[in-house]
Design a protein. Structure first.
Length: 296
């Protein structure tokens, strides 16, 4: 049975997000953190298609990390790693996802965000729909699970409630000195109503892809780690005119009759949206290209 009650579902529809306390048991969280360590410390090779991304301040030499773990900003696209993928297919997560977007879902993105101490590590306020070719937006949802206590001090998620009812905004580099590649900020955002989501290990927030959100700096000596995936219903349409800056990707169906198959809808809609028009400058495009290159 889904951990999202009708009242919680109403909260999601009204405000664009809902936090489900203690959704994931501690033993799973430990497994995923241990796997991160194995990959980062070179004891297990990154699985095919996985991007292990250094923090920009470490990459620039502005910070000298005290350990390999302190150097990493995130792991992206971990679905070919069976240990991390057990998050993507965790029954409690899938039940909640289906409660929100309907039966039969596929994964469209996965990541483990590390946020080490001593680096900037902030994620500007943005909308995830910027990165996804599928529509309608209501059939997409993010899950984000705290792997350790997540507080204002260590850079918890920040959301702007109700903004999921707005439009997808233009995004760009907010001109911070140390912004990780591929991190963009939505333009013209009023952040005065922001809510900080402090969470305990295993707590999971589900949020809408138009909800404006981001995260703060880690001001502690510890890590702030979270594991996250995006899902959509299988019956979505491709809205982009191009394959987009993040390249060709296969979308794996994780529930329903077609479980294990890949999304087979038509790509590249004629007259559709060119996702590059959502970025405000060619410099921003270069930043996306650099992520793409490292991913190949
Ligand atoms: O975990 C974080 O710090 C921010 C994650 C996020 O907002 C994202 O990747 O879209």
């Amino acid at each position: 049975m889904s951990a999202i009650s009708p009242t919680m579902l109403q909260h999601y529809h009204d405000h664009g997000y809902v936090v489900v306390p203690k959704l994931i048991a501690e033993q799973h969280l430990t497994t995923w953190v241990d796997r991160l360590a194995e990959i980062v410390e070179g004891r297990v090779p990154p699985s095919p298609g996985m991007l292990v991304m250094k923090d920009v301040m470490v990459a620039k030499g502005a910070v000298n990390p005290g350990s390999k773990m302190e150097a990493i900003a995130k792991i992206q696209d971990f679905e070919s790693d069976p240990v991390l993928d057990s998050y993507t297919t965790h029954p409690s997560i899938l039940e909640c996802v289906e409660t929100i977007v309907g039966k039969d879902v596929q994964t469209i993105h996965t990541m483990l965000i590390n946020k080490p101490p001593h680096v900037d590590g902030r994620h500007p306020l943005h909308q995830d729909l910027l990165y996804f070719p599928f529509r309608p937006a209501d059939k997409i949802v993010a899950s984000w699970t705290a792997l350790e206590p997540v507080t204002r001090e260590n850079g918890c998620l920040v959301v702007l409630p109700d903004t999921h009812r707005g439009e997808l905004l233009k995004h760009g580099n907010p001109e911070w000195d140390n912004l990780n590649a591929g991190y963009f900020g939505a333009k013209g955002v009023d952040a005065s109503n922001r809510v900080h989501l402090e969470m305990n290990p295993g707590d999971t927030v589900f949020f809408h892809p138009i909800l404006i959100h981001g995260s703060g700096r880690n001001r502690t000596e510890g890590f702030r780690r979270a594991i996250s995936a995006h899902y959509s219903a299988v019956d979505v349409e491709w809205a982009w005119a191009t394959e987009g800056a993040f390249g060709e990707r296969r979308y794996r169906i994780v529930s329903g009759d077609k479980k294990g198959q890949f999304w087979s809808g038509e790509r590249f809609k004629e007259g559709g949206l060119d996702p590059r028009t959502l970025l405000s400058s060619s410099e921003d495009l270069k930043s996306v290209e650099s992520v793409k290159k490292r991913h190949q």
